[in-house]
Design a protein around this ligand. Structure first.
Ligand SMILES: [Cu+2]
Length: 267
């Protein structure tokens, strides 16, 4: 039984880290690109292994009981038993242990994902509105606004703590960057926040994950993570373009620099 239970774990460890094998290893999840996403993935993998073990044990017990205690002759009646106290205590106790362990790791994971640092490198005010996104660089004075058919791109540095403030002027949206393995609701009148540290450079798909109206499906965006020097070069250039008005996506942001109040400021 122990050997049977170990098979998925060995499969995970033995498989490589690329392509199809890596997808199995991640239990179908996308490759995370943030520190917080890695923690979420580990929680998912642990829960998956635990469920495979529990499922295997239960299945083996069902099949074992059916085979070992089957009726062997047509007129035979199996021995009738009831009230086995040790077994009843055991099958109450074991699920409590399983649920407690899952709860423990879930609480630890949630706390680490919700952790807010007091000195983030970049503060982004995300405004989700019907039906697009605006990203406000609160301290740098820049706005990136999407237009119908032209999804906006939020550029952020890698290896730095990024603080997101989420606000909406109309209905509930949900800010979801797929490989962050994380989404959070964008609620009118209730600013939300979270932080992530992106660990790998690249361009990632983002979506609205809360049905918000007729053009909900058009609320896609991109997050582009660059190493710090390239990010600073982009920022300088973007601010110049915003000032000159040469890029329709970019404008100068003059709203509040405090994220909690940055909601609904559409320029
Ligand atoms: Cu939406």
């Amino acid at each position: 039984m122990a050997r049977l239970a170990a098979i998925p774990a060995v499969m995970l460890l033995a498989s490589g880290c690329t392509g199809e094998a890596a997808k199995w290893e991640r239990g179908g999840w996308p490759q995370p690109v943030t520190k917080q996403g890695r923690d979420a993935l580990h929680l998912w993998q642990g829960a998956l292994i635990a469920s495979l073990i529990v499922g295997g044990v239960v299945l083996a017990m069902i099949v074992g009981a059916a085979v070992l205690f089957r009726r062997r002759t047509p007129d035979q009646m199996p021995r009738q038993v009831r009230y086995n106290l040790p077994i009843e205590v055991l099958y109450t106790f074991i699920p409590i242990v399983v649920v407690s362990v899952l709860f423990y790791f879930t609480a630890i994971g949630e706390n680490s994902e919700d952790k807010i640092n007091n000195s983030p490198a970049v503060q982004i005010g995300v405004v989700g509105f019907q039906w697009d996104w605006q990203f406000n660089y609160l301290r740098q004075g820049l706005s990136v606004t999407g237009r119908p058919g032209e999804p906006p791109t939020l550029v952020i540095p890698t290896e730095k703590q990024i603080h997101f403030y989420l606000t909406s002027p109309d209905v509930i949206h949900s800010f979801w960057v797929v490989p962050f393995l994380f989404k959070r609701d964008v609620i009118p009148g209730h600013p939300n926040e979270f932080e992530v540290t992106v660990t790998s450079a690249g361009t990632f798909q983002g979506r609205c994950a809360e049905y918000c109206g007729v053009d909900h499906d058009r609320m896609s965006f991109y997050v582009k993570a660059l190493p710090m020097p390239q990010y600073l070069a982009w920022l300088k250039n973007a601010k110049a373009e915003a000032a000159a008005g040469t890029n329709k996506e970019l404008t100068i942001y003059t709203g509040p620099t405090h994220g909690q109040k940055s909601g609904g400021y559409l320029s």
